[in-house]
Design a protein around this ligand. Structure first.
Ligand SMILES: NC(=O)c1ccc[n+]([C@@H]2O[C@H](COP(=O)([O-])OP(=O)(O)OC[C@H]3O[C@@H](n4cnc5c(N)ncnc54)[C@H](OP(=O)(O)O)[C@@H]3O)[C@@H](O)[C@H]2O)c1
Length: 144
């Protein structure tokens, strides 16, 4: 990938599911820094250490499975999911937005690029309609 990048065939090199430690190894040993680290990041698994490392080192944290937290491999995920959806839903009512839009807005305001997937055209529209409202600092803190 480094060679292809230097030949101008790639605009960027990126990785997925790298931990902070693995990213540090790349930064120390590779000649091209990754532009993106795509990691699991949702209300059940925030992956905070990796997100913070990315942001401190000019790497874009990209959240895969951002909505998929009820299936997360955590014993308390069903409770986390229900509580989060209820809370985000109440906050969303203030802005005319769904819990999913509040979740994605939280990601954006935290400098995280989320890549949700939906088979529903209506939810696909919702998932990009998140740039006309802003969560307050108090709401951001309530959601994490
Ligand atoms: N790099 C990796 O290791 C890795 C691992 C996993 C996934 N990914 C990538 O991450 C992306 C998303 O992954 P994912 O499908 O696992 O997770 P996801 O997008 O977080 O979750 C998809 C689920 O969320 C629902 N959903 C989507 N938008 C919604 C909304 N606004 N309100 C309510 N529910 C909503 C979908 O249902 P409906 O379809 O019914 O709307 C579907 O059940 C994909 O591109 C995938 O390839 C990468």
């Amino acid at each position: 990938m480094e060679d292809l990048y230097k030949e101008g065939k790639l605009r960027a090199a990126a990785v997925a599911n790298f931990t902070a430690e693995q990213l540090q190894f790349l930064l120390d040993n590779a000649s091209v820094a990754p532009a993106v680290d795509q990691i699991r990041c949702n209300p059940a698994i925030r992956n905070r250490e990796t997100v913070d490392f990315c942001k401190s080192n000019g790497i874009l944290p990209m959240a895969h499975s951002p909505m998929n937290f009820s299936l997360a491999a955590m014993k308390n995920a069903p409770e986390v999911a229900a509580e989060y959806k209820a809370l985000a839903g109440r906050i969303g009512e203030r802005y005319g937005k769904s819990w999913g839009q509040v979740l994605l807005r939280w990601d954006i305001q935290h400098g995280i690029c989320a890549i949700p997937k939906s088979h529903s055209p209506e939810r696909q529209r919702q998932n990009i309609d998140i740039f006309d409202f802003e969560l307050s600092p108090e709401e951001m803190a309530m959601l994490y």
